[in-house]
Design a protein around this ligand. Structure first.
Ligand code: ADP
Length: 319
């Protein structure tokens, strides 16, 4: 019988547990053995391996974070590290590994696949910044958390004459910002992908203030890197009391949404189907709303369009 491992690597995201659970249960259902590898590639090198049965993954589908822990592993970036990882796999008798993480983790998975250990990558990050897939595990939960937080900020901002500038996560991408901005009815969304004109935003604010609007909400993606500066400028230019809120790591936690749990489960299941056939060096993703898989090198060379349409809609409905 085949024996496979599963690990989470890089940043954590809600829904990773659902993916681990699906990998474990799907493999067991096919008569395969499963082990969990703790702390990303570190656990492979250090032998932090746990035997998994169906009960090991009980009661985790609803939990944020990752029960396998996650870490970065600098040693895996060089050939000796990967060689050591491949040797460990042979020692343990692993016929494949499911790696849940981001592009960096997929590079490690490609290197390990090249050394004869078939690896399948699953996209796990709240940022949705992985090009080969329309959707990443954790994205929906993070957006819902940010939306709920901003709704609360709006309640208090609305009670005063105030402008709230809210920074959301997303690393260098503005996917969370544009979707959440639309969902909370922000007056403007500032992302790394699109040019912005603060003077124009402030001019619009001043214009609608004359007709009685008293509160404003601006969503800024962390990747812009200028939240404090933007906040100060808006107050200077409009005279409206303006406060910045940085939502931060709350967006990484929490119980995963239906969408994250379902897609994590589908992706985990698909990964096991591939490994069962001995197929490796693939990333599982979503394309045209369907689960698919793609060669890792190809996945890493892809680019993905930004939400230009949402951006245009937001700008036409914001004021
Ligand atoms: P993410 O997977 O979220 O993009 P990182 O870029 O930090 O996060 O990568 C996670 C881990 O993947 C790294 O700590 C390292 O172990 C492995 N990794 C990253 N880049 C490479 C690479 N070029 N070659 C091999 N392994 C890599």
């Amino acid at each position: 019988a085949k024996k496979i491992g599963v690990l989470t690597s890089g940043g954590d995201a809600p829904g990773m547990n659902a993916a681990v659970r699906a990998v474990c249960r799907a493999a067991l259902a096919r008569g395969m053995e499963v082990v969990g590898i703790k702390r990303g590639y570190n656990g492979l090198l250090n032998g932090e391996i746990i035997e998994m049965n169906a009960r090991t993954v009980s009661n985790i589908i609803q939990r944020g974070g990752t029960c396998l822990y996650t870490a970065r592993c600098p040693e895996f970036r060089n050939k000796e590290g990967v060689q050591k990882g491949a040797d460990k796999c042979r020692e343990i008798g692993l016929d494949g590994i499911v790696v849940i993480g981001g592009d960096g983790s997929f590079r490690g998975a490609a290197d390990l696949s090249a050394m004869g250990i078939p690896c399948i990558g699953l996209p796990g990050t709240i940022d949705n910044d992985i090009s080969c897939t329309e959707y990443t595990i954790g994205y929906d939960t993070a957006m819902n958390t940010a939306m709920e937080m901003i709704d609360k900020i709006r309640d208090t901002a609305q009670s005063h004459d105030r402008c709230s500038v809210v920074e959301v996560m997303g690393r260098n991408a503005g996917y969370i910002a544009i979707n959440v901005g639309l969902a909370v009815g922000a007056e403007a969304v500032i992302t790394p992908e699109e040019d912005y004109d603060l003077d124009a935003i402030c001019a619009k604010m001043q214009k609608v203030m004359k007709s009685g609007k008293t509160h404003f909400l601006i969503v800024v993606a962390e990747g812009v890197g200028k939240t404090e500066e933007i906040t100060k400028l808006i107050q200077e230019k409009t005279g409206v009391e303006t406060r910045a809120t940085i939502l931060g790591h709350v967006q990484r936690g929490g119980s995963p949404t239906v969408r994250d749990r379902v897609i994590a489960t589908q992706m985990g299941y698909h990964a096991v189907e591939l490994l069962e056939k001995g197929i490796g060096n693939r990333v599982v993703g979503m394309r045209d709303n369907k689960i698919y898989d793609v060669d890792i090198q190809e996945a890493l060379s892809m680019t993905k369009p930004f939400e230009d349409e949402l951006y245009a809609i937001l700008n036409d409905t914001a004021f």
